[in-house]
Design a protein. Structure first.
Length: 175
């Protein structure tokens, strides 16, 4: 841990250091002071883009207090083709497809272990054009998954959703 300062104190400290924030963005180091939202967002970005950074021991301690950090670590694990242990709903990430896609097999295993994440997985399938898994999941046709499929060029997934007489708004990014 940074200079033997305990995590609770680090999470209360509002000191801001631009170099430390930049290092966090780049997945190089965790800032000493983590009380500012902007600093935590830099850490989250570093986690999502840098697998090795996501495994930093300080983050294991930090995730106990900051659900956003826990979700980012879990998202990074999923995108790295690992299935994390997520015992609480607050630990389950929303976006599990950016900046990197997992394999279709990993998303399938995730779906089997966490069926309540079906629509996040469907959205990842739309981005990755994983038609087989998408059809296997047999979900209600969701317009946000259709939008993602259209934007990503996954036309068969898009058409499978849009040909349904009814579409649903299950994953609404704006509510």
């Amino acid at each position: 841990m940074a200079d033997n300062i305990n995590m609770k104190d680090r999470l209360r400290s509002l000191t801001f250091d631009m170099r430390e924030a930049r290092d966090a963005l780049r997945g190089k180091a965790i800032p000493k002071s983590l009380g500012r939202r902007v600093t935590r967002l830099c850490v989250i970005r570093g986690i999502r883009y840098h697998e090795q950074f996501a495994e930093h021991p300080d983050l294991e301690e930090m995730r106990k207090y900051v659900p956003e950090i826990s979700r980012a670590i879990n998202a990074r694990a999923i995108m790295s083709n690992k299935i994390p242990s997520m015992t609480e709903a607050r630990d389950k990430p929303y976006c599990i497809w950016h900046p990197q896609l997992a394999t279709q097999d990993n998303y399938r295993k995730l779906w089997q272990q966490y069926p309540d994440m079906s629509y996040q997985i469907a959205r990842a399938c739309a981005v990755a054009n994983y038609l087989e898994l998408f059809l296997e999941m047999d979900l209600l046709p969701d317009v946000s998954v259709a939008e993602e499929a259209r934007a990503s060029g996954s036309l068969k997934i898009y058409e499978a959703i849009m040909q349904s007489p009814l579409q649903y708004q299950i994953m609404n990014d704006y509510t």
